[in-house]
Design a binder for this molecule. Structure first.
Ligand code: HEC
Length: 197
C-alpha cells in the first residue's frame, strides 16, 4: 500500500505550528472506575507491591546498580529516591531549552523546569513514613508536593497526571505497600530551578 506521504506530512507540520497553549484536559474523577477492594492489610500490601512494580515507580524512585544488561534497582535501596550526595555531571546548556535528560539511574532529570530529583517514598521518616493516606492520595492524583493542600505542583517527570483517575482502593493498596517497605534514610536534594543552573 502506498502511504499518502505529502498530506500526512502537511498535517503533521500544521499540528506542529498550532498554538502551544491549548487548554489542558480536566482530569476525570476516579470514583466510577471498577477496582479491587482488598479486605485484609496483607492483601492490600500485596496488591500495592504489584501496582508499584507494573506502574514503574522503581524506574525513577529506586537508585540503580549496574548489571550486564544495564542499570537495575538496588534491592537495598528500593524506592529511596535520588541518593543524597551523589554528584552529577554538569548540565549541557542545550538541555534547558529543547531537551530533557535523565541521569544514569533515572533518579534525577533535567529539562526546561530545572533539575528534579525522585523522592524517597519508603516508610522512613525521610520518605513518606509520616504521611497520612490523604496526603498520599493528594500527591498521586493532584500532583501536590508532600500531598499538602496549596503546596507547589510536583515537577516532571513525576507522571502524576497519569494517576489522576486512580480509584481509592488502588491508592490505598499502594500506600499500604509503601508503608510496609524497609525504611531507607535518605534526604533527597531540593530541585534546582532553571535560572540556577
Ligand atoms: C518518570 C519518573 C517517575 C515515575 C515513573 C514515578 N515518579 Fe514519583 N516522582 C518523580 C520525581 C522526579 C519526583 C519529585 C518531583 C518534585 O520534586 O517536584 C516524584 C515525586 C513523587 C511523590 C511526591 C513526594 C513528595 O515529597 O512530595 C510521590 C508520593 C511519588 N513520586 C510516588 C510515586 C509512585 C507511587 C510512583 C509509581 C506509581 C511514581 N512516583 C512514579 C519521578 C517519578
Amino acid at each position: 500500500m502506498r502511504i499518502p506521504f505529502i498530506p500526512v506530512l502537511a498535517a503533521l507540520l500544521a499540528a506542529c505550528n498550532a498554538p502551544v497553549h491549548t487548554p489542558e484536559p480536566t482530569p476525570a474523577t476516579p470514583a466510577s472506575l471498577p477496582t479491587v477492594q482488598e479486605e485484609t492489610l496483607e492483601a492490600r500490601q500485596e496488591r500495592g507491591r504489584y501496582l508499584v512494580e507494573i506502574m514503574g515507580c522503581n524506574d525513577c524512585h529506586s537508585p540503580k546498580l549496574m548489571g550486564s544488561n544495564g542499570p537495575y534497582p538496588d534491592p537495598e535501596r528500593l524506592l529511596s529516591g535520588h541518593p543524597a550526595g551523589q554528584v552529577l555531571p554538569a548540565v549541557p546548556k542545550a538541555v534547558l531549552k529543547d531537551w530533557a535528560l535523565f541521569a544514569m539511574g533515572n533518579t534525577a532529570a533535567v529539562g526546561p523546569w530545572g533539575i528534579s530529583y525522585a523522592a524517597n517514598i519508603t516508610s522512613d521518616a525521610t520518605g513518606i513514613g509520616a504521611w497520612s493516606e490523604e496526603q498520599f492520595a493528594r500527591a498521586m492524583r493532584e500532583g501536590k508536593w508532600k500531598g499538602l493542600e496549596g503546596s507547589r505542583p510536583l515537577l516532571p517527570p513525576m507522571p502524576w497526571p497519569n494517576f489522576a483517575r486512580m480509584p481509592d482502593a488502588d491508592i490505598s493498596a499502594i500506600y499500604a505497600y509503601l508503608m510496609s517497605t524497609a525504611p531507607v534514610e535518605n534526604v533527597v536534594p531540593a530541585p534546582v530551578p532553571p535560572n540556577e543552573l
